[in-house]
Design a binder for this molecule. Structure first.
Ligand code: C2E
Ligand code: MG
Ligand code: MG
Ligand code: MG
Length: 290
């Protein structure tokens, strides 16, 4: 089948290029040499509290590819996972995003940084030492780092997930359960996992305003999470009515296009100062554009 062959050829080319990207100083940007495979880029999306004040950012990786432009994580991370390359990706994103956070801190803006972990990362013996090293190197207070894990990766190996989460918690690093509500996990593992945050999958935000039953599920989930001492973040908040609703239902924080799209690190501070539709700014900032 020529179509399948072409797809397989493209995938193996991408894989070879990704290996090259990770081999060059963890994907640090380099001069655009002919035949270069590009580099990894970390974008940040802000998270706001109930008053609209920015409190953190989520680091989201992209691949600046010479032929394909900015490649979305969904297009290359599955390949990286299948071929054991996630360790390199995670290290790059962790180093880069905490360095960005340190720069913002130096400019007077303290923001929490959330970094996504893929399934295998949680059981990798190098994860915790790497976190220690990068926190120290960037002078990041441990409580300013949150590692996001998914229900699927918890369920893949619950014992390791609980143990690693415990080690991170001992250091003060936060642990978030990402895309909550989309997996098929029983509620039981929540009892054992010492997480600090629960991120409601954006499927909930998408249906919240129109669907009373979804709102009831979210209200119940928020109550449960709060009783377990977890902060609740609503993902995928795209408009004002949805932000209203997630706040009314008790979500502590909100993230989504309404508050800001993922942007390169250089643009984060400008975004904080210029304001966005969902934000209430403090007196030092420019007024909201109408
Ligand atoms: P995620 O961790 O659930 O990240 C949220 C995704 O939702 C991001 O997609 C973000 O751009 C998108 N998003 C944010 N606000 C909205 C909104 O209001 N509406 C809609 N429809 N979407 C919104 P992105 O950047 O394409 O990342 C996709 C997934 O790739 C992430 O989902 C995460 O699972 C994974 N990923 C991204 N960066 C990394 C990374 O550095 N390491 C690992 N292991 N996974 C990553
Ligand atoms: Mg995430
Ligand atoms: Mg998510
Ligand atoms: Mg997701």
């Amino acid at each position: 089948d020529p179509v399948l062959d072409a797809a397989a050829a493209e995938a193996s080319l991408l894989l070879a290029e990704l290996r090259r990207v990770l081999a060059t100083a963890g994907g640090e940007p380099r001069d655009a040499a002919p035949g270069a495979a590009g580099h990894l880029v970390v974008h940040h999306q802000i998270q706001v509290d109930g008053t609209g004040r920015p409190v953190g950012t989520e680091a989201l990786v992209r691949w600046a590819h010479p032929r394909h432009g900015l490649v979305a994580p969904d297009r290359f991370l599955p390949l990286a996972e299948r071929h054991g390359l996630m360790e390199g990706v995670t290290e790059t994103v962790l180093r880069r995003s905490l360095a960005d956070g340190a720069r913002w801190r130096a400019q007077g803006q303290r923001l929490r940084t959330s970094v996504n972990l893929s399934t295998g990362c949680l059981s990798h013996p190098r994860l915790v030492p790497l976190v220690d090293e990068v926190l120290a190197a960037t002078g990041t207070p441990p409580e300013d780092l949150v590692l996001e894990i998914t229900e699927t990766s918890v369920m893949a190996d619950p014992e390791t997930a609980v143990a690693t989460t415990g080690l991170l918690r001992e250091r003060g690093v936060g642990v978030s359960i990402d895309d909550y509500g989309t997996g098929h996990a029983s509620l039981a593992y929540l009892t054992d996992l010492p997480a600090t945050e629960l991120k409601l999958d954006r499927a909930f935000a998408a249906r919240l305003v129109a669907d009373e039953r979804t709102a009831a599920v979210v209200a119940g989930t928020v109550g449960l999470a709060h009783r377990l001492g977890l902060r609740v973040v609503a993902e995928g908040v795209e408009d004002a009515p949805t932000w209203e609703k997630v706040r009314a239902l008790g979500c502590d924080e909100s993230q989504g296009w309404f508050h800001g799209r993922p942007v390169p690190a250089d643009e984060v501070l400008a975004l904080l100062v210029a304001g966005g539709p969902g934000r209430v700014l403090d007196g030092s900032a420019a007024p909201l554009p109408q």
